[in-house]
Structure formats: C-alpha cells, structure tokens
Design a protein around this ligand. Structure first.
Ligand code: FAD
Ligand code: NAP
Length: 342
C-alpha cells in the first residue's frame, strides 16, 4: 500500500518531522520489485530507509520512501571453524548481533547496540571499538534500481573504507541491499578466537563486570554498558550518532598542527596518515555541550548533534556547518559529515 504525504517523524532517530510525498513498506523482494516499477513509471525519486539512524532530513522528500522490512536469518554454510550467516536487510542489527552471540558465532560482538538495520551496515562499513563490518563481510545481495536485476557484491566490490563504501559514493541510491552474509568464527567447534578488548574502556568495563572469563556475551555486555553511559538514547533525545567522521590527515600536516596544539590526539591510519578524533577538535572549539536554539553538540559526546525537541533539520545542518567552520578556522582541518543529509 502506498501512503501519501506520510510523516517520517517516527522513521528517523533525529525525530525530524518531514513528510514523504509517497511512502511504502516492503516485506518481500517481490513487493520491493513492484514498488520500484511503480516509482519508475511515475518518475518518483526513491529513498530506501532502514532504521533511519544515520539520516538527517532537512526538507520534505518529494519522491517515495521505501522502508525495508525484509526478515530472516539463516546459516548458509559451515566449514571447519567458520560459519556463514545470511541476514535479510530489514533485520535489526543489534538483534542480529544477539543472535550471533546466542549461537556462539564470533566477530560482531564489539558492534553491539548500533542502531539500525543489517542492510545499512555495509553502507558506511559500520564500526565501533576496533571492529568494522568489513572484517567479517562475505557478500551482499542487492537489487539494481535501474534494471531490477539482482547482483552479488563481494568485499572487493564494495570499496570499504573508514565509514565508507561504494554505496555511499558512486553507487549511492542505485542499489537496494536485500541481504548481507557474514563469515563468523564458530566457537562451537573451536576455542581459538582473539577477542578484541584493547579498545577504549572495554577492559576497565570487563573488570567492573567481574567477567573472569572472556566470552562473547561479556564483551557485548561491556560494549553495551559503555555505550549506554556515553551516548544519548534517541528515544530520549533525537540524534543520529556521530554526526562527523574522524578526519584522516597526512602525518606531515598533523606534525605541523601538533607544534601549535601539542595535546592533539591521533591514532595511526594508513601509511603516512593519522586519524584525529573529531570530538576532540569540536570540544577545543568550545562546542561540547553548547546548545543553539533547538539543537547543539551533546554534553557527553561532542561528535553527536542532538534535537532538543522541535529542531528543524535545516537548523541542525546549519549548526553542523558552523562547527565545521570553527574546526577549519582553528586547526585547518576539514571535517565531513558521516550522516546522510537529505
Ligand atoms: P538508515 O539511517 O535508514 O539509512 C542510512 C543510509 O543508508 C541512507 O542513505 C539510506 O538510504 C541507506 N540505506 C539504508 N538501508 C539500505 C538498503 N537496504 N539498501 C540501500 N541503501 C540503504 N554507526 C557506526 O558505524 N558505528 C556506531 O557505533 C554507531 N553508533 C550509533 C549510535 C547511535 C545512538 C545512533 C543514533 C547511530 C549510530 N550509528 C553508528 C549510525 C547508524 O546507526 C548506522 O550507520 C546504521 O548502520 C544505520 O542503519 P539504518 O538502518 O538506521 O540506516
Ligand atoms: P572514544 O572511545 O571516546 O574515542 C574517540 C575517538 O578516538 C573514536 O572515534 C575512535 O575512532 C578513536 N579511538 C579511540 N581509541 C582508539 C584506538 N585504540 N584505536 C583507534 N582509534 C581509537 O569514542 P566513543 O565516541 O566513545 O565511541 C566508541 C566507539 O563507538 C568508536 O569506535 C566510535 O566510532 C563508535 N561510535 C560510533 C558512532 C557513530 O555514529 N558512528 C556513535 C557512537 C560510537 P573510531 O571512531 O575510528 O573508532
């Protein structure tokens, strides 16, 4: 069923109250195919939405929003210590992580509690606490909007980068991802697994939990506890997580900036490049916890922009641009949005 002038307020975690000219939900690939045909015949622009946790709507959407509700998780192959699990794109990401933990499949426990759907996970190569989806990615299935054909993308086709993929760049809005297959370690047949606990506060949190033995659940619980203590819950305060990506800059430029700002933190990136935490840069510019009208940078996490209630997307976007400008003026570093702005 296609709905007209549908409010997207409940469909995006920023809580932006904009309308989609047309709106429909799809629960099967057949329904999706039919909706794509209608949209094409009617010359409507298509926007695919999962959980709406990485979008900022700044205006009404004049085309059709298709909300993905494809469901189903299945083990498609087991071999030696590996298991391949295929999840439909509309599955909730965190529920998928919990499924993996329950089944003793390792690899995505550090990605616990990331909002949104499985289908969006390769879009920006979701990452947290030292793990990215590309680390366990096997392949995805997607439907090309122009032709209606199903295509398989292997990791090498996706051009994964830091919060990036081909689907955020040249193939943006060209494919609908319908399922994602991950290759996970099957801890039912092997004990050899390297837990990633060196990142951030995971070890401190594990100690607080008195987790004597490392397990998938213990690591997941630690990540959940840290996230809950630092990040605003979109149910209470509209947000889309980190608004900006951490800039990756040349080592030589970084060394120059460090002469003026000796405390500037950094992490190694690719050869001759370093990653600078954008949250620190924003904080140094005085934005952390600063409210501007109905929006602003969150007090506990400067990278997160929030909606205090009635913010318009344009207001949040203006605040984001002001923050970018401050960082550029103070440090000469350009920070770019991670969130998809419409
Ligand atoms: P949506 O917001 O619905 O869509 C995002 C983009 O992907 C849009 O451009 C949309 O058109 C496109 N898209 C969605 N589904 C499909 C599909 N099936 N086919 C083609 N295109 C599609 N991200 C991280 O990487 N790491 C984190 O730790 C993290 N923490 C967060 C914490 C909070 C509190 C919040 C609110 C967000 C966080 N995010 C994080 C961002 C976000 O949760 C992820 O990017 C998530 O993968 C988005 O999923 P979604 O289903 O909500 O995507
Ligand atoms: P944090 O631990 O306070 O660290 C700040 C930043 O420094 C992070 O963004 C992280 O980069 C980087 N960093 C910290 N320790 C690092 C290490 N050992 N090696 C490499 N980089 C390191 O970050 P946080 O805000 O609480 O977030 C924790 C994790 O959750 C991070 O991985 C973050 O990306 C993720 N997260 C993402 C979103 C989102 O919307 N994208 C929202 C909340 C949290 P990285 O971002 O590259 O990891």
């Amino acid at each position: 069923m296609i709905l007209e002038n549908y409010s997207l307020k409940q469909c995006n975690t920023f809580g932006m109250d904009v309308n989609a000219k047309h709106f429909a939900v799809f629960k099967s690939k057949r329904e999706l195919g039919d909706l794509i045909r209608v949209a094409k015949d009617s010359h409507w622009e298509i926007l695919i939405l999962g959980g709406g946790s990485n979008v900022l709507f700044t205006q009404d959407f004049n085309g059709i929003v298709l909300q993905n509700k494809l469901q189903g998780i299945e083990v498609v192959k087991k071999e030696n210590e590996w298991v391949w699990v295929k999840a439909a794109a509309g599955e909730n990401w965190h529920q998928f992580v919990l499924y993996s933990i329950e089944n003793n499949f390792a690899g995505i426990e550090n990605l616990s509690l990331i909002p949104g759907c499985v289908g969006a996970s390769p879009m920006q190569n979701i990452g947290a606490y030292g793990v990215e989806v590309k680390d366990v990615f096997e392949e995805l299935e997607a439907i090309e909007i122009a032709t209606g054909e199903t295509k398989i993308f292997k990791g090498s086709d996706c051009n994964f980068g830091y919060r990036e993929s081909v689907f955020k760049q040249e193939l943006k809005n060209k494919f609908v991802i319908t399922s994602v297959t991950l290759k996970l370690k099957n801890l039912n047949v092997t004990e050899h697994y390297h837990f990633k606990t060196t990142y951030g506060d995971i070890q401190t949190q594990l100690a607080e939990q008195q987790a004597n033995e490392l397990s998938l659940r213990a690591v997941s619980n630690a990540v959940i506890a840290i996230r809950q203590s630092k990040l605003p819950d979109p149910k209470d305060l509209g947000n889309a997580g980190s608004f900006f990506k951490n800039p990756v800059i040349e080592q030589v430029l970084f060394d120059k900036i460090k002469e003026q700002f000796p405390l500037i933190p950094s992490y190694p990136a690719t050869e001759n490049f370093v990653k600078v935490p954008a949250g620190w840069l924003i904080e140094q510019c005085g934005w952390k916890g600063k409210r501007v009208g109905n929006t602003g940078s969150h007090a506990r996490q400067a990278l997160v922009l929030v909606n205090y209630g009635n913010a318009k997307g344009s207001e949040v976007w203006q605040c984001a641009k002001d923050i970018q400008q401050s960082v550029l003026e103070k440090f000469g570093i350009s920070i770019s949005p991670e969130v998809n702005v419409y």
